[in-house]
Write a protein that binds this ligand. Structure first.
Ligand code: 5GP
Length: 333
């Protein structure tokens, strides 16, 4: 047994230091970014925020709103793409996801997400290798991991984008149930460095509860940020009960297992929360709040484009100053 002495940080442990800047207005900040991916060679221009492939988030309602802002939606593999046309242009902002045992059908997609709770298994590396061999031109997102060596292993196996985050999710119970995890800000910093050294990209996935957290994830080096809980519970993507509450659940919660597999296997423990969320109103407002926050962060940090935010950022370490209250109530797991 060994303890690593270096402190690792979460979003709450830091703030971004304001800097002198020549920017005159927030509206001049460019949030769009052009990407060219390592293996697929695909080139895209998007606002690099992605809705998580959770049942309550990665659905068609979310897609319709986010695509207007040129943001991506990773579809839950359990939510068929009703309503979406098979025209590749219409499909551009939607990404299908697959598990380790799923066979892959591409349809009109330019990218796919290979998603497992634990990206550290040999079998997952093999899945990425096989998928790359079968589909040389598809952009592969693979995860989740939280350390540099596994980020590089997935990229060398054929992933273009590695999804980073073990345990930070708002509906995640992995830290509580298993004791496993990695503080998300440090995971992003370390995995981004590892991926960028190989000309590949990362998604910071999980743990963002405010627009400020989204900004910190980009400032830490995330090329994309994936959001679950922040986007859930809106009029466009949820059903509400008589008291105007929606249920948002983690994909390893008992509710997800029952809804999607009809049962909870005896050998599994739930590693996901079920939460009750008050109707948050229009998703458009939340998206605009996030994008407005990002523009403002870039102005404070002196970054004319979101893509420059990371190199413009100095984080300062703080005592945990944010005393947060969340608009969700855990009602199960
Ligand atoms: P959030 O933005 O809500 O903080 O985090 C979203 C991420 O949490 C998802 O993209 C996924 O990686 C992770 N996640 C979703 N459901 C579960 C779950 O049931 N258990 C765990 N461990 N992680 C989850």
């Amino acid at each position: 047994m060994r303890i690593e002495e270096n402190t690792k940080y979460d979003f709450d442990d830091v703030l971004i230091k304001p800097k002198r800047s020549t920017l005159t207005s927030r509206k001049d900040v460019v949030l769009h970014r052009t990407f060219k991916f390592k293996h697929s060679k695909a080139q895209i221009d998007v606002v690099p925020i992605i809705a998580a492939n959770m049942d309550s988030v990665g659905n068609y309602g979310t897609y319709k709103v986010l695509s207007k802002y040129h943001m991506l939606t990773c579809f839950s593999k359990f939510k068929p793409l009703q309503g979406i046309s098979s025209n590749p242009e219409d499909y551009f902002y939607g990404i299908p996801s697959f598990g380790i045992n799923d066979s892959i059908t591409l349809g009109p997609a330019w990218a796919i997400c290979l998603d497992v709770a634990n990206g550290y298994t040999e079998k997952f590396i093999d899945k990425v290798k096989d998928t790359r061999a079968e589909f040389p031109k598809i952009t592969i997102i693979a995860g989740n991991v939280c350390t540099h060596e596994m980020t590089q292993a997935l990229i060398l196996a054929g992933a273009d984008i590695v999804k980073v985050g073990i345990g930070p999710g708002s509906n995640c119970l992995t830290r509580e149930k298993t004791g496993v995890g990695y503080p998300q800000l440090s995971a992003i910093i370390e995995c981004a460095e590892a991926a960028h050294a190989l000309d590949a990209h990362i998604i910071g996935d999980g743990g963002c509860n405010t627009p400020g957290d989204v900004a910190k994830a980009f400032a830490a080096g995330a090329d994309f940020v994936m959001l679950g809980g922040m986007l859930g519970g809106h009029e466009e993507n949820s059903d509400f009960d008589d008291e105007n509450n929606a249920i948002v659940y983690g994909m390893s919660s008992t509710l997800a297992m029952k809804n999607n597999y009809g049962k909870v296997s005896e050998y599994k423990t739930s590693e996901g929360r079920i939460t009750k969320v008050k109707n948050k109103g229009s998703l458009n407002n939340t998206v605009q709040d996030i994008l407005g926050g990002l523009r403002s962060t870039c102005t404070y940090a002196g970054a004319s484009e979101l893509k420059h935010l990371s190199k413009c950022t100095s984080f300062i370490k703080v005592n945990n100053i944010l005393n947060r209250t969340y608009e969700r109530e855990t009602i199960g797991e």
